[in-house]
Design a protein around this ligand. Structure first.
Ligand SMILES: *Cc1c(COP(=O)(O)O)cnc(C)c1O
Length: 294
């Protein structure tokens, strides 16, 4: 895996802000966004174990699922390209094609085979029968599985010695938060991007995290509109002020929630909080990056 040239262990940086000192807590940011320009953040962390399993197997390639802007599919396409592993991406939306957006174009140029299926088929994870995928290793959407959870061990090991009282992370499927809760004794706070708390709670994978997870749904898309504009403005300002780029879906929302919780005295004085920057911010012009790298 050296060929991936990943920046691991990723840096841990202290976050400075008047409200943090006023409330007498400390905050550190785990910069998993700096692992690689495209194999970013928790997407690498969740893939790692799958890549090891693939390398020890006789499988021909790796197949996974995602939406048209899936960071998971992006990371898998890059890993496949750099390690010469054939990859297939099953993409939600029959109406789409490889030119539907820049991200899909880039993924296609990396050699991932893209298959577009209807939303109904996607829900059932119906893989087209004429596709040659029988000898492929299958990764569930977003790496949401026991393997994905166990794959978080690497990040947990990097954080262990920090003895944080709290760790805060953005949540999509919950794999990252559950993995951290499995391997660390800190309290894990997950900021939901979607209103899927009930779904995460009822899935048996959640039990792997031993119930040390606080999932907060208050910051997920209530109503697009006012709140969305607020998160957008916050994300932009945070990126400029702290020199830590974030996007509004996951990491912008997570930092917004973090400051809101600090303000509301959620954290006792003396708390040591680590915020996981789960990545998802790409260089602005993908075509330039490709030209430089290949
Ligand atoms: C996918 C993603 C998440 C969600 O991670 P889960 O493990 O599915 O909860 C969070 N942040 C970013 C930037 C992501 O791309």
């Amino acid at each position: 895996m050296n060929r991936l040239k990943l920046n691991i262990p990723s840096p841990l940086e202290e976050l400075i802000d008047p409200i943090i000192s006023e409330k007498e807590v400390s905050v550190y940011v785990k910069r998993d966004d700096l692992i690689h320009p495209y194999i970013t953040g928790n997407k690498w962390r969740k893939l790692k174990k799958y890549i090891q399993i693939f390398e020890e197997s006789q499988k021909k390639g790796i197949l996974s699922f995602g939406g048209a802007y899936s960071n998971h599919i992006m990371a898998l396409a890059f890993v496949g390209n750099l390690l010469n592993i054939p990859t297939i991406g099953i993409i939600r939306g029959h109406e789409l094609n490889k030119n539907s957006n820049q991200q899909l174009q880039l993924i296609d140029s990396l050699g991932m085979k893209l298959i577009f299926i209807s939303r109904e088929d996607y829900k059932k994870k119906n893989i087209p029968i004429d596709l040659e995928w029988k000898d492929y290793l299958i990764i569930p959407e977003g790496g949401y599985s026991k393997i994905g959870v166990d794959s978080m061990r690497e990040l947990a090991q990097e954080l262990e010695k920090e003895n944080a009282t709290h760790i805060i992370t953005a949540v999509g499927t919950g794999t990252t938060a559950i993995g951290l809760a499995k391997f660390l004794s800190s309290e894990i706070i997950g900021i939901l991007s979607l209103k899927n708390k009930a779904e995460i709670n009822k899935n048996e994978i959640k039990q792997l995290g031993q119930n040390k997870i606080e999932l907060l749904e208050d910051y997920s898309e209530k109503s697009y509109g006012k709140f969305d504009i607020e998160i957008n403005a916050f994300s932009e300002k945070f990126g400029l002020e702290k020199k830590i780029p974030v996007e509004k879906i996951y990491t912008g929302k997570m930092f917004y929630a973090l400051f809101d919780l600090i303000q509301k005295d959620y954290f006792p004085k003396g708390s040591k909080i680590i915020a996981i920057h789960t990545g998802g911010v790409y260089p602005t012009d993908p075509s330039k990056e490709i030209a430089n790298n290949f």
